[in-house]
Design a protein around this ligand. Sequence first.
Ligand code: FES
Length: 134
Amino acid sequence: MYNQKVLDAFAHPQNVGEIENPDGEGTVGNATCGDIMRITLRIENDVITDAKFQTFGCAAAIATSSTATQMVIGMTVDEALKLTNARVVEELEGLPPQKIHCSVLAEEAIKKAIEDYRAKKEGKTVDKSKVDYV
Ligand code: FES
């Protein structure tokens, strides 16, 4: 079902965990399966210097989050906002069609974490307990 690259990313995921006092954080749920993804970011001068994820998700969610977090480290927040789940899936050389929805979690959680970062910069408060289903 999964190619070797996906299996490797699942078996040896990178950036698992949580950044303490993150500059941005986002939690989203998958409307299809109900699984949850949380991303925390360290951002310095609008550049993502660290990214970590925690998930109640499947192998595809873990593999795509590991890959997405690796891809956004070093990007500006504007560049990271343009990262699509399709690009992450391409990096992993494909996912089974029925698992594509799992790859949306990382993209959306990264976007939400960047929104949180921008809101904080503007002095706004964000309701962290709210989970958006995507
Ligand atoms: Fe829920 Fe994959 S089945 S994230």
